[in-house]
Design a protein around this ligand. Structure first.
Ligand code: HEC
Length: 112
C-alpha cells in the first residue's frame, strides 16, 4: 500500500515536471518570436504576403528540418536568424544550445 502511494506521487511529479519544461520551452520560443530583429518575426510573418509559418507547419510543408535550415541560412528576403536567436536574453539565461533554441521557437510557432 505504501509503495503504491509513493509510486503514484512519483508519477505525478514526473508528469508535473514535464509540463513545466514544456511551458518553459514555449515561453522561450515566444520571447524569440516576439523579439528577434528587435521587432520580432511577426513584423514580416504576421503579414499575409509572407509565408504563414503556423499554417505551413500544420499543412505539413514546413517540418523541423526545413525550419532549421531556413533559420540557419536564410532564404531570399528571409534573413539568416540564428545569430539573433542566440543573442536573445531568454536563450542565454536558459543556457540553450542552437538546436534547443530552434526547437523552442518551432514548438511555439507550431501551437501559436
Ligand atoms: C524582414 C522580414 C522577415 C523577418 C524579420 C523574418 N522573416 Fe522569415 N521569411 C521572410 C520572407 C520574405 C520569407 C520567404 C522567403 C522566400 O522567398 O523563400 C521567409 C521565410 C521563412 C521561412 C520558410 C517558410 C516556408 O514555409 O518555407 C521560415 C521558417 C521563416 N521565414 C522563419 C522566420 C522566423 C522564425 C523569424 C524570426 C526569427 C523570421 N522568419 C523573421 C521574411 C522575414
Amino acid at each position: 500500500m505504501k509503495t503504491t502511494i509513493v509510486t503514484l506521487a512519483g508519477a505525478a511529479l514526473i508528469s508535473l515536471s514535464g509540463a513545466v519544461f514544456a511551458d518553459e520551452q514555449t515561453d522561450i520560443g515566444k520571447k524569440i518570436y516576439d523579439r528577434a530583429f528587435g521587432r520580432g518575426c511577426g513584423t514580416c510573418h504576421d503579414i499575409s504576403s509572407n509565408p504563414q509559418l503556423t499554417a505551413n507547419i500544420k499543412a505539413g510543408s514546413l517540418d523541423r528540418a526545413k525550419f532549421g535550415e531556413v533559420i540557419k541560412n536564410g532564404r531570399n528576403a528571409m534573413p539568416k536568424a540564428v545569430d539573433e536567436i542566440m543573442k536573445n536574453a531568454a536563450v542565454t539565461k536558459a543556457g540553450y544550445t542552437e538546436e534547443m533554441a530552434i526547437d523552442a521557437l518551432y514548438k511555439y510557432i507550431e501551437t501559436k
